[in-house]
Ligand binder design. Structure first.
Ligand SMILES: Nc1[nH]c(=O)nc2c1ncn2[C@H]1C[C@H](O)[C@@H](COP(=O)(O)OP(=O)(O)OP(=O)(O)O)O1
Length: 297
């Protein structure tokens, strides 16, 4: 089966639900801030900071608000650097909206990262987190907290509080662990290393090979499996100059051990076909209503 069909043909035009995701970067100290989610959607996972875009709110205003609410960090809108969009679609049903998650980084802010009811902050080494992880370079999916030597469910506030106490946020970056990609949303381990390489390379040299930006096969727990002979746009080899990424992922859904609220989110797991594109411009506000993402503007 051609993976192109799997990813580009949505049977219906689906509603979109907008979210933000902000990743604070301390480039001088070679470190990345993530939050460990204590409750709600994504509980027990590490992620950037963000949440739903409220009605009558711009995406960037939501990004600023959610970062502040969840981390205590305060930024002005111009300091938000848009990096890309995640389009997360379930094929488990026809009615769940596509999650449209706008990804930003920030490099300057006011305030100090603070634990909130929703997230506890943890710094990770940027330079140690650049490689796309595979199970062999991780804890193979077992939930090993980077600051603890023993296995942990890591989902209770008490274990997270113990973790926070051990978090060496004032240590030198060389002491920090790499990002625990296998304790994040599944597709983060695909796009986030790409983004961090993009940022680290001073935006001049995006380390995305032709084979990596093309269609990607359905994913097993073995990690990404690029299909080299079906790149998205063979005529365009200038992807190293592109600024933004679009990561479109289809989830298979089903029973989810991480489901909360009676299984409301049970469709958002089981990463299936996906593609990662780099583009010059994001089609801001023009996502909704597109049947297929086969051709990006
Ligand atoms: N598969 C996924 N991959 C990813 O990288 N981020 C995801 C994701 N699914 C959800 N997110 C992010 C988007 C957003 O930043 C966050 C979810 O936001 P929440 O549901 O916590 O929203 P809110 O903070 O608005 O919620 P409440 O205040 O609890 O109503 O998780």
């Amino acid at each position: 089966m051609a993976t192109t069909d799997a990813i580009s043909l949505s049977p219906k035009i689906k509603r979109h639900k907008q979210y933000t995701l902000v990743i604070p970067l301390d480039l001088q100290r070679d470190r990345v801030l993530l939050g460990y989610k204590l409750r709600g959607f994504g509980q027990g996972k590490y992620n950037g900071y963000g949440g739903k875009v409220e009605p009558n709110e711009t995406v960037i205003a939501a990004a600023v608000r959610e970062l502040h609410e969840e981390s205590g960090l305060l930024v002005e809108e111009p300091a938000m650097i848009q990096r890309g969009v995640l389009l997360l679609e379930t094929v488990a049903d026809d009615v769940s909206p596509i999650l449209e998650i706008h990804v930003f980084t920030v490099e300057t802010w006011e305030g100090i990262e603070t634990a909130t009811e929703e997230m506890t902050p943890h710094w990770f080494s940027l330079s140690k987190s650049l490689a796309t992880p595979t199970p062999s370079t991780s804890s193979s999916g077992s939930i090993l907290h980077p600051f603890l030597s023993t296995s942990s469910s890591s989902s209770s506030p008490s274990s997270a509080a113990a973790v926070a106490a051990k978090d060496p946020s004032t240590a030198g970056a060389h002491d920090l662990p790499s990002i625990p990609y296998f304790q994040m949303w599944e597709e983060s381990r695909v796009w986030m290393p790409h983004l961090l390489r993009h940022v680290s390379s001073n935006e001049k040299d995006i380390l995305v090979g032709e084979e990596e930006r093309g269609f990607l096969s359905p994913l097993s727990s073995e990690g990404s499996a690029p299909i080299a002979d079906e790149p998205h746009d063979k005529s365009d080899n200038n992807n190293e100059k592109k600024k933004y990424f679009i990561h479109h992922v289809q989830f298979i859904g089903g029973t989810d051990m991480d489901a909360v609220d009676g299984g409301e989110y049970s469709v958002w797991h089981g990463m299936g076909p996906r593609r990662l594109d780099w583009v010059d411009e994001l089609p801001v506000g023009e996502w909704e209503g597109k049947r297929s993402f086969g051709t990006y503007p």
